[in-house]
Design a binder for this molecule. Structure first.
Ligand code: FMN
Length: 374
């Protein structure tokens, strides 16, 4: 019999609890000691996370894998063009500038045309919405700028040489446009507020399948979300087979007691392959979460309900989800979203919300007005 088991039998339970509390307190103070050392300077932080605590390594590896994938995607035939999307977005921003400059984007137009040419080649002449967007914006760009400027002239020559198949005629070109503001917004604030109040994290669902068409519609709404430089670095892996959905949901930490009756779940994944720099590593979480919110609101408009589920960044959970849901090295789980038809008999927590005054402040600043404007 081990010493610990023997001690467990000999020591009364009240004292055992006191010992456990003491151990936890000691662990917390040791951790506190190290953390005070870590926050002192960046070398201490590097040493702590390299030698003592490896919890950040998963993210570091994924960021590195993302950078490698970013480079490979732009050389290879993957059909994934985050840089093209970003650059076309930057051209559109240049096109809507007021006043618009006669020369802009000179530093990256060559690169943009190169990726576009490559993308056209990989698609084998097949147009898709992204290529149409790139083509329309590039065409407007070269109409708008001074094509005699050296850097732009060579890109223009290259652009004209790209072989393109004929496109189906469209009603609206994929270029900057003025929104129709002649009628009021289609949703009133009152309606939106009512929808916001109606949406609650629902954990009890009817034993009823979710129509895939409804999920597709919610995804269409999610796709309309804003994202940094319009990169849209996320992917929704949907499980609408209840047996699968329940197994996937159970892998997360916060689903004990209700995962067994979740009819569908979305694993929201961020793709670090969208970025060549570490500085942008958090954007996947922001962009994916904005899309997730739209997804949940859209479900709500159709009478469906949802519950976002936290994803813990720790080894056992990572290992299990990657066994269950195939993922590349640069892909990170942002959250899970359980969804389905709400069980009318199931309650939701009251979940008190913060007041506006507690949540926000206006014009509170430091030396703001003394700083240079640019
Ligand atoms: C990122 C995130 C993670 C969450 N994780 C869980 C979870 O693991 N389990 C759970 O039951 N609810 C989870 N929730 C739901 C929250 O508990 C819920 O949003 C919060 O209590 C407010 O309630 P409401 O969504 O009904 O307004 C999560 C919500 C968010 C936004």
């Amino acid at each position: 019999m081990s010493v610990i088991r023997l001690a467990a039998q000999v020591i009364p339970s009240a004292q055992r609890e006191a010992i456990r509390t003491g151990i936890r307190r000691t662990q917390r103070s040791i951790r506190g000691f190290f953390l005070r050392f870590v926050v002192r300077n960046r070398f201490a932080a590097a040493a702590y996370y390299a030698l003592g605590n490896h919890q950040l390594l998963r993210e570091a590896r994924a960021v590195a894998a993302g950078q490698l994938r970013y480079e490979a995607d732009h050389r290879g035939a993957s059909g994934s063009y985050y840089l093209l999307r970003r650059n076309i977005h930057r051209l559109e921003k240049g096109l809507i500038m007021r006043p618009r400059r006669p020369v802009f984007a000179a530093d990256f137009i060559e690169e943009t045309v190169q990726i576009f040419a490559h993308a056209m080649h990989v698609s084998g002449g097949e147009w898709n919405s992204e290529l149409v967007w790139a083509e329309d914006v590039l065409s407007d760009y070269f109409d708008a700028v001074d094509v005699t400027v050296v850097k732009i002239a060579s890109a223009y020559g290259r652009y004209l040489a790209i072989e393109k198949t004929t496109r189906a005629p469209v009603l609206q070109r994929a270029v900057p446009y003025k929104r129709d503001l002649s009628s009021p917004p289609p949703v009133s604030f009152e309606d939106f507020m009512a929808l916001s109040r109606r949406r609650r994290s629902v954990r009890w669902y009817e034993n009823r399948r979710v129509d895939r068409a409804a999920v597709s519609r919610a995804l269409e709404a999610a796709a309309q979300s804003p994202s940094a430089c319009n990169r849209q670095p996320f992917h929704f892996r949907i499980f609408d087979e209840p047996e699968m959905a329940q197994r996937v949901t159970a892998i997360a930490m916060g689903t004990k007691g209700f995962s067994q009756q979740v009819p569908a779940v979305a694993v929201v994944i961020g793709q670090l392959r969208a970025y060549p720099f570490e500085r942008d590593r958090h954007i996947i979480y922001i962009d994916a979460s904005l899309a997730a919110m739209s997804f949940m609101f859209a479900l709500e408009t159709m009478g469906l309900a949802s519950c976002p589920i936290n994803w813990p960044d720790q080894e056992p959970h990572e290992t299990r989800i990657r066994e269950a849901v195939p993922m590349d090295e640069d892909e990170r789980v942002v959250m899970l979203i359980a969804f389905g038809w709400p069980d009318p008999a199931g309650k939701v927590p009251f979940s008190s919300k913060r007041s506006v005054t507690d949540m926000a402040v206006f014009n509170q600043h430091g030396r703001l007005l003394e700083l240079p404007r640019d």
